[in-house]
Ligand binder design. Structure first.
Ligand SMILES: CC(C)(COP(=O)(O)OP(=O)(O)OC[C@H]1O[C@@H](n2cnc3c(N)ncnc32)[C@H](O)[C@@H]1OP(=O)(O)O)[C@@H](O)C(=O)NCCC(=O)NCCS
Length: 275
């Protein structure tokens, strides 16, 4: 999942957002989760404080007037979620937040060779369409990203690196081209002292063969060389495989989950459908 500044689903980069309600310390923006079946509207917060329930209702009213029928929020902590729950939103997903030190003295996970052998390389936006295809296979539809969504994840932090795991030709077949199919990918975002494992996915056909570990280990190495001291990630509470995976890499879960909320605007906003 995306982990920076409240995602998954902080959606489009700040400059692409539209302010709906609130001001200064607590602003609600219209943003989008750009999935393969089109953009999904979501509300993202800006500012140091949670918005008031009135500001949430104002934002909802504006969305209903725009003709939107359903809206989600970005991932919110309990305090930020409260005014949305008071305004009639309900919980769509619960996410566990995990963190691990990437400070100078932190440990890097032990290397284990992946099968098939893969090389981990950083790539640019030319590979986003291919990465998005893999993302669709690795994640449930609700969470999958179009190429534009991959770009949003990259732009969510001040700096970011996109890594891919590419299959390598076996040493005994040197005539085969080195560049193989995409087996997995990861996005690391850095914002000062904080690093975010924004996305990590392995092709379902190649899971449980050490590729996720190889990608995450590369991410940890890069984060350790950056300005960051802590690496954060989040994943749905129901994703038990990913939770076991992150624990095996030294991540520890925090007690309080993040909440992704949703509301059907016509019935939820009290605006009615006119009938
Ligand atoms: C989570 C994910 C990235 C793990 O990648 P992977 O290549 O399958 O994992 P690895 O083979 O490197 O696993 C390393 C270790 O993590 C743990 N682990 C990984 N998947 C696990 C699972 N489903 N159940 C229990 N433990 C698991 C194991 O300890 C494993 O070591 P082992 O196989 O020697 O027992 C991959 O399953 C995936 O892409 N899932 C779908 C997308 C997703 O959930 N992304 C991350 C959360 S947002």
């Amino acid at each position: 999942m995306l982990a920076a500044k409240g995602p998954p689903g902080s959606g489009s980069a700040p400059e692409d957002r539209m302010a709906l309600a609130g001001s200064g310390e607590a602003t609600i923006d219209l943003s989008y989760w750009r999935g393969p079946h089109g953009p999904r509207p979501l509300l993202a917060l800006r500012g140091a404080s949670p918005p008031s329930a009135d500001a949430v209702s104002e934002a909802v009213g504006r969305l209903a007037a725009m003709g939107l029928d359903r809206v989600f929020t970005e991932a919110l902590d309990e305090e930020a979620a409260l005014p949305f729950l008071q305004a009639g939103f309900s919980v769509a997903e619960e996410l566990v937040v995990l963190k691990r030190s990437v400070g100078r003295f932190s440990r890097v996970p032990r290397e284990r060779p992946a099968k098939p052998p893969a090389r981990i390389v950083s790539v640019d936006q030319n590979r986003y369409p291919e990465i998005s295809d893999l993302d669709r296979r690795a994640f449930p539809e609700f969470w999958s990203l179009a190429p534009e969504g991959i770009e949003d994840a990259v732009r969510a932090t001040r700096s970011a690196v996109v890594l891919v795991a590419e299959g390598m030709a076996p040493a005994r077949e040197p005539h085969r081209p080195l560049e193989g199919p995409l087996l997995g990918y990861a996005i690391l975002g850095i914002e000062g002292r904080t690093a975010y494992l924004q996305r990590l996915g392995v092709d379902p056909r190649w899971q449980r063969r050490g590729l996720g570990r190889a990608l995450a280990t590369s991410v940890i190495r890069l984060a350790r060389k950056s300005t960051a001291s802590m690496l954060w990630v989040n994943t749905p509470t129901t994703n038990l495989g990913a939770l076991a995976f992150y624990r095996s890499l030294g991540f520890a879960p925090l007690g309080r989950p993040l909440l992704v909320l949703h509301m059907d605007l016509v019935s939820g906003s009290g605006l009615g459908d006119g009938s």
